[in-house]
Design a protein around this ligand. Sequence first.
Ligand code: GLY
Ligand code: MN
Ligand code: MN
Length: 437
Amino acid sequence: MTIDQTIYAQRRARLLEKMQRGIAIIPTAPEVARNGDTHYEYRYDSNFYYLSGFTEPEAVLVLVSGQDGQSQPQSILFCREKNPEREVWDGYRAGPDAAKEQFGFDVAYSIAQLDEKLVELMGDQTALHYPLGRDAEWDQRILKLRGAVQAKVRSGIRAPNEIHDVRTLLNEMRLFKDEHELAIMRRAAKISTQAHRRAMQFACPDQFEYQIEAELLHEFCRHGARHPAYPSIVAGGANACVLHYVGNDAILKDGDLLLIDAGCELDGYASDITRSYPVNGRFSAAQKDVYEIVLAAQAAAIAAAQPGNSWDMPHDAALRVLAQGFIDLKLCQGNVDTVLESESYKRFYMHRTGHWLGMDVHDVGDYKIGADWRALQPGMVFTVEPGCYICPADDVPPALWNIGIRIEDDVAITAQGNEVLSAAAPKAVAEIEALMK
Ligand code: GLY
Ligand code: MN
Ligand code: MN
């Protein structure tokens, strides 16, 4: 595996610059037992990977600013040692020497030396930058090691007297995707659009939802995206009105809609796409009425996703279209302003229109700066996902019962406007019907 060391080295340098002083300690994620001696599929910590490119478990990244005590900035990796016997059973481990060379760290040590070295490295550092609160065991360990440094006070060594959550700096860095990240996200979105196309071609009455899920996973995996970025939602009929439905075990019925919210993770980056369409490939009049409203709401939101516009403008644009649509469908009474004011639309549209997208499907980054929604800027990537979910009720026209529709795309803000990364998944009624024929 060749790693572009400079990408990660530059990110580490930027973090060190933002930290100004002190030491950062960033452990990767632990392995988690599933049952017996089997683990859940391993997923590294996003921040750790963002700064290192290193994917093995049992590893810690330490960055020393070089401003306090130490003579120069340093990137230090702690990782598992080579172990020929374990490698026969569990596979390759880089070991500190190869990891240092391959990933471009200044120094690498065995993870077994972590405690001893951290006590040394924390000595005389003014500030400790650490993801406090992410993992209780790590919190205890790091605070105990800081205590061990404090115990050396009579030798003239001081412990860091400030602790900062390093995620405040990292979240802001990760919010702006660089070209390397955008290229991966484009590929992830492309694979997911191919999976959605495949699902559309396979869907038909009397299949189980999980049979469609299998087609999605097949398409992800065969393009090298071995894992979904989140549990796939394959929801037929009334199941589409359950926002986080993941049962995926019901039979798809002729005449019902199917909502699929699925996206792969590729090289640590998520895609997140939803399409909704009829199981039998032909929209009924009522399904089409609701669908066109959601599609128009999405178009309005994407049009509002422009550099300089504030975060809530796409949401507000979608809401106005949905509110008018709900009035036209006799789901809400009044005019657009009173529907928005009274929030009566929330009975049929209860979530927001999007979220940041990146290494985490609901990615990091603040949505407000102070009291105000922040301005959209090039490099930000987020979803645009309006929907409409209609549960049966006496005051709702029966033709609309159990219609659940969401249309979700992944959008990157560019200098000129935006780029819809997931545009290749069909969403116009005619396009969907043609593909499903
Ligand atoms: N798939 C999770 C979401 O759409 O937010
Ligand atoms: Mn989403
Ligand atoms: Mn989604």
